[in-house]
Design a binder for this molecule. Structure first.
Ligand SMILES: [Ca+2]
Ligand SMILES: [Ca+2]
Length: 164
């Protein structure tokens, strides 16, 4: 191998390495939005709560979104305000014990909440949405209502993170 060829190989190798490094930087699958170690998919098809969760499972084994913080809530709401089309499912339900709101993915009681002052209202409404008419503050609706899902999964360099 001539010195020239060796140098060419070195340059080619650097370019390839650069490409691989660039690929590593993308933290979410195509069509998902990245934020603070999570990836989010905004589904296009309205479905019941359970079907919406199934939709997320079928997309990289994600779950309906689990809101941990004011920051995460603001990120989602800002995105929804850009569209203003309809309400969206989140992974929040009090189906097990009336009035105890738990995240579906971790079965833990919600620490942070952003209910509209009128919600949750006493009724057979056991599933949570980002409610269009309340500027995407949270409301509870019958789980058999139909809304599109928001799915969440850990980012690709951080796949073990659940409920972040
Ligand atoms: Ca309600
Ligand atoms: Ca989260």
């Amino acid at each position: 191998m001539s010195m020239y060829t060796g140098l060419s190989c070195l340059i080619l190798y650097s370019v390839l390495c650069g490409f691989v490094n660039t690929a590593d930087i993308s933290t979410c699958h195509n069509g998902w939005l990245a934020f603070e170690g999570s990836c989010y998919l905004f589904g296009e098809t309205a479905a019941h709560f359970t079907e919406a969760e199934d939709f997320c499972r079928k997309h990289h084994n994600s779950h309906l979104v689990h809101i941990d913080s004011d920051l995460e809530n603001k990120f989602i709401k800002d995105h929804l305000r850009d569209h203003q089309t309809h309400s969206w499912w989140m992974g929040l339900t009090d189906q097990d014990i009336e009035g105890v709101w738990k995240w579906f993915d971790t079965d833990t009681v919600a620490a942070f909440t952003d209910w509209d002052p009128s919600q949750p209202d006493p009724s057979e409404e056991d599933c949570g949405v980002f409610w269009l008419a309340f500027d995407f503050k949270w409301g509870d609706v019958p789980c058999t209502s139909s809304f599109p899902p928001i799915c969440e999964m850990g980012s690709l360099e951080n796949p073990g993170v659940i409920g972040k």
